[in-house]
Design a protein around this ligand. Structure first.
Ligand SMILES: Nc1ncnc2c1ncn2[C@@H]1O[C@H](COP(=O)(O)OP(=O)(O)OP(=O)(O)O)[C@@H](O)[C@H]1O
Ligand SMILES: [Mg+2]
Length: 268
């Protein structure tokens, strides 16, 4: 486990958070002097206890909120809300119950300015097929399982063809088997579409399975406590979870999380 470096040095940063302070108007500081970078095509996982600021950080990255001090940049420009390069997948699918899967995906495209109905349909069907729902396009949300609904939500975001995917505990509400399947599906799509992914989870196994790098956040306003490169072979599968190296990463992260006491809340 390495102490957090201000900026990783592997390649040109795609996302950069520089010296960010942030507090909600009626709250305590969430971040003080936060620095983080993600590289183009990197799968970065944010791990940390409840309330440490993971969602807040994702919202800052999305440009939904502005830092009190410092900068959040994407490809060297300040992030803007509604940037078409950014796709956001929420913890719950948030589908319109009266629209079938196809029309839920088409709705996202229409909102993003894709008004040609034939193109909407073609693109929506393409992404529904990519998430394994080609046969479910005509079904309403209540006719889909939770995992299928979450895949529709994923297709809705992917259909916008964002270069950056921000995912806030997207599979937290799912059973373990569905979650493992969606983890594999997420990696398959990521290797196909070559996006930069920032993925939040509480689940250490999920973090190790998915990540190129795991960043651990300390209780607010502790910021980044440490980070760990996950050098497991790509083309990860269920067999990956049985590797001795996987268990080592899991143990390292478990110890790190267990050591995050409120008393240790200083920035590194
Ligand atoms: N809208 C808000 N107004 C005021 N304080 C907020 C608001 N949203 C979050 N907070 C506070 O900011 C801190 C960070 O919250 P955040 O939602 O980012 O945590 P989190 O790490 O995503 O937690 P969880 O794992 O439970 O989702 C918490 O102390 C929370 O109470
Ligand atoms: Mg959260």
């Amino acid at each position: 486990m390495q102490p957090a470096a201000p900026y990783p040095t592997r390649t040109t940063p795609h996302f950069q958070v520089r010296d960010v302070d942030f507090a909600y108007p009626d709250g305590q500081p969430v971040f003080r002097g936060l620095n983080l970078a993600a590289h183009a095509g990197e799968f970065l996982v944010l791990l940390g206890p409840s309330g440490c600021g993971k969602t807040t950080l994702l919202n800052l990255l999305a440009g939904f909120m502005q830092p009190d001090r410092g900068h959040v940049c994407l490809a060297s420009a300040a992030v803007q809300p509604e940037n078409p390069a950014l796709g956001y997948v929420f913890q719950s699918p948030q589908l319109f119950p009266w629209l079938n899967a196809l029309d839920n995906v088409r709705f996202g495209l229409r909102m993003a300015g894709h008004h040609d109905a034939a193109e909407q349909r073609e693109r929506a069907l393409h992404y529904l097929a990519l998430v394994g729902l080609a046969d479910a396009a005509g079904r309403l949300p209540h006719q889909l399982s939770g995992g299928m609904q979450q895949r529709v939500a994923l297709a809705r975001t992917l259909a916008l063809e964002p270069t950056v995917l921000l995912m806030d505990e997207p599979f937290a509400a799912l059973d373990a088997i569905t979650r493992m399947k969606l983890n594999e599906e997420t990696l398959r799509l990521w290797s196909l579409l070559k996006q930069t992914v920032i993925f939040i989870t509480h689940d250490i196994d999920e973090a190790v399975f998915l990540a190129d790098r795991v960043v651990v956040l300390a209780p607010a306003p502790g910021g980044i406590r440490s980070e760990l490169n996950i050098d497991l072979p790509r083309q990860r599968s269920q067999a990956t979870r049985r590797l001795a190296q996987f268990a080592e990463y899991r143990n390292t992260l478990t110890e790190c999380i267990a050591g995050l006491q409120p008393a240790a809340c200083s920035a590194p």
